[in-house]
Design a protein around this ligand. Structure first.
Ligand code: GLC
Length: 430
């Protein structure tokens, strides 16, 4: 009898283990494909910190006591915010999705949550919910919406920022209460806001020894909507239950930031997030704006590495986007309008990045993006096994000379009229 019981327990344990392994649904897998097709997204960091014009870490960096910082809520009144303008701006730039901060490390909720009075509807003179307006507008305009959600909270007593971690929990605070709070907010975000397609977690790295209970949190999200894509900016290998892998301020495979020394590239869809200047949240002194060429090269570099590019802007506290950003992104948008077929719906990493640039591939078409011509009068595409039947310049359809050998293809660029940003040669393969 005892033995039978033990065996049953064992079978039970094994079953639970098997069940615990995340299996994405067909809808989720389809959403991953769609996500990869979109390629270009707009990241938005916006919160009460925007008032101080010093980035989203200002409370922490300037040692502002939480109770003093909280006063900012009373000054936050973005009368100029217009969801239509933001969505139109993203669309015009060629972006297909928006990822916006719903709650950042300062703990302030930029949506009408019932779980804490510290939110834009209840604690500011604005009294409206910009994320609801944005969600509705995105849905109307066919732009997908992801919510950034901070795991880290500098102010909540149950999170107890700064507390030592003992046995997977902060010694002070109330970890159960904090986890439940997050689950309740995530439930609101997923069930009340129309069309949400992704949750973007951040802040895990602040507590590496705590039990974040991702099985519960991710499980809840996928139970509420199995198609929602979960990503986590934890800077380590993908964890069970996640649907895409992200890289902060780096193309996959590069580690110029040093954030992710051990982050290998997995098999899930990939996304790089990067700032348009050097700040996430609005920063009034940061003038290190990336040029349209740098942004296009980033986008192309990501596409060639099979990743999406999520480009961040920090809108101003009045709800407007500063002209330096709109000007640059108008140029990027015009570029994509002409060259979008070589970006949207393509896949990358067909061959590793080359000194001259990258390849993107869609069915029988291969696009060679020559972003850094080496001045040799040709480029060499190694390991292209399919027979090339045609090569033209994407910009005007004119024929491009090439020579195919077993080890690869030479594309001759002399006299092509190179484009200063990206010369795209379109190859048809059999
Ligand atoms: C980092 C920053 C955070 C920002 C995020 C975006 O984690 O700490 O403020 O939101 O990067 O990738």
């Amino acid at each position: 009898m005892k033995r039978v019981f033990l065996t049953l327990c064992l079978i039970g344990a094994v079953t639970i283990n098997v069940l615990a392994q995340y299996k994405p649904t067909a809808d989720n897998l389809a959403q991953r494909q769609k996500f990869q097709d979109m390629k270009f997204g707009l990241f938005i960091h916006w919160g009460i910190y925007s008032i101080l014009g010093d980035g989203e870490w200002v409370m922490h960096n300037k040692n502002i006591p939480y109770d003093s910082y909280k006063r900012l809520a009373a000054f936050f009144n973005p009368q100029e915010f217009n969801a239509k303008e933001w969505v139109a701006f993203a669309k015009q730039a060629g972006m297909k999705y928006i990822t916006i901060t719903s709650r950042h490390h300062d703990g302030f909720s930029m949506f009408g949550t019932k779980m804490s009075p510290y939110n834009i509807v209840d604690a500011t003179p604005y009294h409206k919910d910009p994320l609801m307006e944005l969600a509705k507008e995105c849905e109307k305009e066919g732009i997908e919406l992801h919510f950034y959600y901070s795991l880290l909270d500098w102010g909540r007593p149950d999170y107890a920022f700064g507390s030592p971690i003992v046995n997977g929990k902060p010694a002070k605070g109330d970890w159960d209460s904090y986890i439940n709070f997050m689950k309740a907010q995530l439930t609101e975000l997923i069930t009340k806001y129309p069309g949400v397609k992704g949750i973007w977690f951040d802040g895990d790295w602040e507590r590496t020894k705590v039990d974040w209970r991702y099985n519960e949190i991710y499980g809840l999200i996928h139970k509420l909507n199995p198609a929602i894509l979960i990503g986590n900016n934890h800077h380590v290998a993908v964890k069970d239950g996640e649907d895409f892998q992200m890289f902060e301020k780096d193309l996959p495979g590069n580690n110029t930031t040093g954030f992710a020394p051990d982050q290998s590239i997995g098999t899930l869809p990939l996304e790089t997030c990067e700032t348009i200047n050097n700040s996430w949240g609005f920063n009034i002194t940061d003038r290190s704006f990336k040029s349209s060429k740098q942004i296009i090269h980033y986008l192309v570099g990501d596409a060639g590495r099979n990743a999406n590019f999520l480009l961040n802007i920090g809108p101003m506290p009045n709800g407007k986007i500063q002209p330096e950003f709109t000007d640059t992104l108008a140029i990027v948008g015009a570029w994509i309008k002409k060259n979008g077929e070589s970006i949207y719906g393509t896949r990358g990493s067909y061959i590793p990045p080359q000194p001259w640039g990258v390849l993107t591939v869609k069915a029988k078409t291969v696009y060679a993006h020559i972003t850094s011509p080496q001045g040799e009068g040709y480029i060499f595409i190694p390991k292209l096994k399919e027979k090339v039947s045609k090569a033209v310049l994407l910009s005007n359809g004119s024929a491009v000379k090439y020579k195919q050998q077993p080890e690869g293809v030479f594309i001759y660029t002399t006299g092509l009229g190179m484009d200063g940003v990206d010369t795209i040669v379109k190859l048809t393969v059999e």
